[in-house]
Design a binder for this molecule. Structure first.
Ligand code: ADP
Length: 481
């Protein structure tokens, strides 16, 4: 069995070579401040080389049979799962999430590789009736080409596999630019891919401390045909505009402002469990984390009381320690944002139910917090907190709840708890979101199309729909028959 140390690599991976650089940047453990590695800090020229390597590998990769690609992806999946514990420990040290969550992320991330290994064999075209007696219409699904995957730190493994697995299944090659806080998990994945025989250049990892320097290579190089990004809405907008110059296809998995509605006929205990799962996973640092709890008048006080009781039980600490459910936040800026949302809300009339300040452990640990009497004029109504703060708003009618939920430029995930089937159907239909969870607090799975509408993004990841992002249709008109 390997340990996490066996999976630490500090060089970038380009065209099957492990590449050092003159400059390096430190990767630190947010729970302890310990430096885990000094990683190669690439510049624009190195990234251009990675694009060239991906481009030349693409031609061989797309000509392999689907079954060959499938077998290699399956081998990568098996290897990721065989290293689940070591990868999880590396991720906890690099990113801070509790070990149990990290193990869950390895399995979740690997599930995309398994799923698209299977799906690789089912990427089929079509024949359609022709527009004349001597004509036939053929439709082929072809790989789009070199894919740039720009990924965030909150899911250092799963956000990579969710992009690479469908891309590679479709016959594309990939250049991954992981977040500067979490390059080690990405490099470990590359090593496992190399070990199982994924051909050189099909999967490349470029590590860099300055995304502003290397990003424009990925969005501007005409050899890159697709950019798949997960991260903030602000950066997504920049990348999308950069993609316009070469008319690149783009998938954007951006921010959210998820509402979690509790109607007065809900099973309150189940709603509290769902709220805790959805709000406090990864210490509130996921794009589908609940940002606003909307609770109906009749159950408001009871819900707040039950929620606060559960939240007070969440153990904060180093993710490697037993029983810890809340790790540190990723950095000091993340702590500042939570604090500013809390003080803004308190200044405008909200009250603190529990938590509310940096944790006594110091560093970037923060107390899981619940605020009540939160209103729509407060910052937290509009901005994604991305931290362990649950603000509870109050509503009276169903229409008011739906209007409040939709009153945002975001449209990623929404959650609600209710029992009446008419209310469930009506609410589900009227929520302007890409994903709606009903009587559930967690909705991510490789089997479903994950993605948002409005300013939360473009495109879907997971399920058979996720493959469409990496294929182009070619229509051939066969005439003269
Ligand atoms: P977060 O706020 O979650 O850190 P970001 O959107 O800043 O999200 O980062 C997500 C990914 O986008 C990371 O890999 C980061 O390095 C990259 N990134 C940030 N700014 C740019 C940029 N200007 N160009 C290209 N990539 C960027």
């Amino acid at each position: 069995m390997s340990s996490y140390q066996d999976l630490i690599f500090d060089k970038a991976y380009i065209g099957g070579q492990w590449r050092d650089s003159e400059r390096h940047f430190a990767v630190t453990n947010p729970a302890t401040g310990e430096v885990l590695a000094q990683v190669a800090d690439l510049g624009a020229d190195d990234v251009r080389e990675a694009v060239a390597a991906a481009e030349s590998a693409w031609h061989g990769w797309k000509r392999k049979t689907a079954k060959e690609r499938s077998a290699l992806l399956r081998a990568w999946y098996d290897s990721i799962m065989a290293h689940q514990d070591a990868l999880a420990e590396l991720m906890t040290r690099e990113q801070g999430k509790p070990l149990a969550e990290a193990r869950g992320e390895v399995a979740y991330g690997a599930s995309f590789v398994e799923y698209y290994a299977e799906e690789a064999k089912r990427i089929a075209g079509d024949t359609l009736p022709g527009h004349g007696p001597d004509k036939r219409i053929l439709v082929f699904r072809e790989p789009i080409g070199v894919v740039a995957a720009i990924t965030p730190w909150n899911f250092p493994l799963a956000m990579i596999t969710r992009k690479c697995a469908p891309a590679m299944a479709a016959g594309c090659s990939v250049v991954i630019k992981p977040a500067e806080a979490t390059p080690l998990t990405a490099l470990a994945l590359a090593k496992l891919a190399e070990d199982v025989g994924i051909p050189s250049g099909v999967l490349n990892v470029v590590t860099a401390s300055s995304p502003r320097e290397v990003g424009p290579v990925l969005t501007g190089d005409s050899r890159v045909r697709k950019v798949s990004f997960t991260g903030s809405t602000a950066v997504g907008k920049i990348l999308l505009s950069q993609c316009a110059a070469t008319v690149k296809k783009a998938s954007m998995e951006l921010g959210g402002n998820a509402p979690f509605i509790v109607f007065d006929d809900a099973d309150l205990d189940a709603a509290v469990e769902g709220a805790v799962a959805s709000k406090y996973r990864n210490s509130g640092q996921t794009c589908v984390c609940t940002n606003r709890l909307l609770v109906q008048d009749g159950v408001y006080d009871a819900f707040v009381e039950k929620l606060a009781k559960r939240v007070a039980e969440l153990k904060v600490g180093n993710g490697l320690d037993d029983g810890v459910l809340q790790g540190p936040l990723i950095n000091a800026a993340a702590v500042d944002k939570v604090q500013s949302h809390i003080s803004d809300a308190l200044g405008k009339g909200a009250s603190l139910v529990c938590g509310g300040k940096p944790h006594q452990l110091g560093g970037t640990f923060f107390e899981p917090t619940v605020l009540r009497d939160v209103t729509t004029d407060m910052q937290v109504a509009r901005e994604e907190t991305f931290g362990p703060l649950a603000p509870v708003f109050r509503f009276t009618t169903d229409e008011e709840a739906i209007a409040m939920a939709n009153d945002t430029e975001f449209g990623l995930a929404a959650y609600f708890y209710a029992r009446d089937y008419r209310r469930i159907w009506h609410t589900m239909e009227n929520l302007e979101y890409g994903m709606v969870a009903i009587n559930e607090g967690i909705l991510s799975t490789e089997l479903a199309p994950f993605g948002g509408i409005k300013e939360s993004g473009l495109g879907r990841e997971g399920s058979r729909y996720g493959l469409d992002e990496y294929t182009e249709l070619k229509y051939a008109c066969l005439g003269g028959l």
